[in-house]
Design a protein around this ligand. Sequence first.
Ligand SMILES: Cc1cc2nc3c(=O)[nH]c(=O)nc-3n(C[C@H](O)[C@H](O)[C@H](O)COP(=O)(O)OP(=O)(O)OC[C@H]3O[C@@H](n4cnc5c(N)ncnc54)[C@H](O)[C@@H]3O)c2cc1C
Length: 496
Amino acid sequence: MRGNPDAVIVGSGPNGLAAAVTLAAAGLRVQVIEGAPTIGGGCRTEELTLPGFRHDVCSAGHPLALASPFFQRFDLPARGVQFARPQIEFANPLDGGRAAIVSRSVAETAARLGDDGRSYQRLMGPLTRHLDQILPALLEPLRRPPEHPFALAEYGLRAILPTSLLVRRWRSPEARAILAGASAHAMMPLTAVPTGGIGLMLVMLAHGVGWPVVAGGSARITDAMADAIVTAGGSIETGRWVESLDDLSSASAVLLDTSPRTLTALAGDRLPYWYRAGLRIFRYGPGVCKVDFALSGPVPWTNEDCRRAGTLHLGGTFEQTAAAEAEVAAGKHPQDPYVLVMQPGVADPSRAPAGRQTLWTYCHVPAGSDVDMTDRIEAQIERFAPGFRDLVLARAVRTAAGEEAHNPNYVGGDIGVGLQTLRQTVFRPVISWNPYRTPIRGLYLCSSATPPIPGVHGRCGELAALTALRDIFGIREVPDISPSRLRPSATAGTAP
Ligand SMILES: Cc1cc2nc3c(=O)[nH]c(=O)nc-3n(C[C@H](O)[C@H](O)[C@H](O)COP(=O)(O)OP(=O)(O)OC[C@H]3O[C@@H](n4cnc5c(N)ncnc54)[C@H](O)[C@@H]3O)c2cc1C
């Protein structure tokens, strides 16, 4: 890029790129600087184990990308990004070959829950029907009165409860396990608020839009955004870690796709004391230990329906999952951890050579842990799929400490960049009317440490960019990010 950019974005995760897309669509000259050798942050795909086995390095399941108003306007399918849908959205195997099975249909899911089926349908039916009214409010910072207060109240009155109270309406291990498995994504004890809200939102998404993977891997989302930025004249530089704001070209706006800790390090004394103090008390959550497998064939789940599920929650019953999450919160490594598993091959055969499979797994561990949990993860899989170990061709392990070494946003291995307590869900990273703005004029935070929630939806980046457009460039209208304005290049979206 010749001359100085209008805006510099530090970090090329989905939020950094969403910010750059938004600013480029407004006609600004944008420069993205990424420290890692490749772009994408938590949205990348690599051959982590063996040639021909393409693993999602971080995010793999994309209900949020599918439902996100940002990505809907960006129009991923028109840019060659296809969502691949498993027949079963997620499953929670139980001992003895039983399993909780969640499909797109609320009625079909309820029909498998015996006496709890009617109550499941009474809860999830209306929430799923009103997803279009509820979700936009959940993907916004809580600043304005919601457009659909009654639909939101229907969700909010339940979401405020911890999972341990919400599951009391059910007796069957299956119904209780559905909510336990979804809520444990929150990485908090299931007795804590708002685990129920997080679990309900994920189940609503499973019924309302599905939990797809991306055909070819999550990196396709990253590539589509990068392509739009470069086609609009923006530049993207990799392999350059920014250590101070002084390292950057002079630009009217700087957006940081970083953790609050990095924001403090980059801006130093330029931030007023009260703001730095606010960032200092920002709480990070536990970490994850991730293990990717190259397999010689599909996982032999005892329960046949589990073989068609894109995602599996291996925690056993509600009580067992709750116990494992409580141990992590107490700083321990559970013997029988709650393990999140994705088998993208059930929907997207392109991930591995013919007949082979990739398997994506992680479990929660105390912050900063360098314990390799491979044995315990494999034992949980063997518990529900005897013979699994015989299929393993290769493994790639990243401990929680390794997650942080690989991406400094994941402080202590916390992939959510901040504990999802009620306070930190509403106010991220500090209590502020506009959480994207910092006290330094022209400096913004745009990572998942800001509202609405962690995940690949691009909203943190987009909302930060809209704030910068208003504050610095006097642009109030939302830029058109559709392919008619930000064209894909002729080569974007072609098959690998
Ligand atoms: C193991 C794992 C599994 C996940 N699974 C899912 C999932 O299935 N579905 C889902 O929706 N989400 C998932 N997530 C979460 C999702 O990936 C994140 O919420 C999302 O990537 C956050 O985007 P971001 O742009 O805010 O930050 P990131 O994606 O973390 O990107 C930040 C980028 O900034 C760069 N950076 C940081 N500091 C600097 C600096 N000083 N100089 C230069 N560059 C810098 C980093 O290298 C990184 O590339 C997962 C995350 C992980 C790690």
